[in-house]
Design a protein. Structure first.
Length: 95
């Protein structure tokens, strides 16, 4: 089977090269997905503003760590970062 590069893979490669427009496309494409994951975790425990800040943190993490995203795994990477950041925010809020 031939190695077919997905749109996401091309966007990740562009982000790795410092392309801010590519990051913008990823943000447009995945904000609702990332937001749903985060909101399902923080729901009644944190404010909407806190959830939105976590969403921003997820995409900042992508910008600085795009080289860690394996081919075909952007969505998995974003969901793992979203879950981790949301859980960390809950832990911080309890302290």
């Amino acid at each position: 089977m031939p190695n077919v590069k997905t749109i996401d893979d091309g966007l990740v490669e562009a982000v790795q090269s410092g392309d801010q427009a590519a990051l913008g496309h990823i943000i447009e494409r995945y904000t609702a997905y990332v937001g749903t994951i985060i909101w399902n975790i923080v729901r009644d425990k944190l404010s909407r503003a806190d959830a939105e800040e976590i969403i921003s943190d997820v995409f900042c993490a992508l910008w600085y760590n795009a080289g860690r995203v394996r081919e075909g795994k952007l969505k998995s990477y974003l969901s793992a970062i979203a879950r981790r950041r949301a859980l960390n925010a809950l832990r911080s809020a309890k302290q």
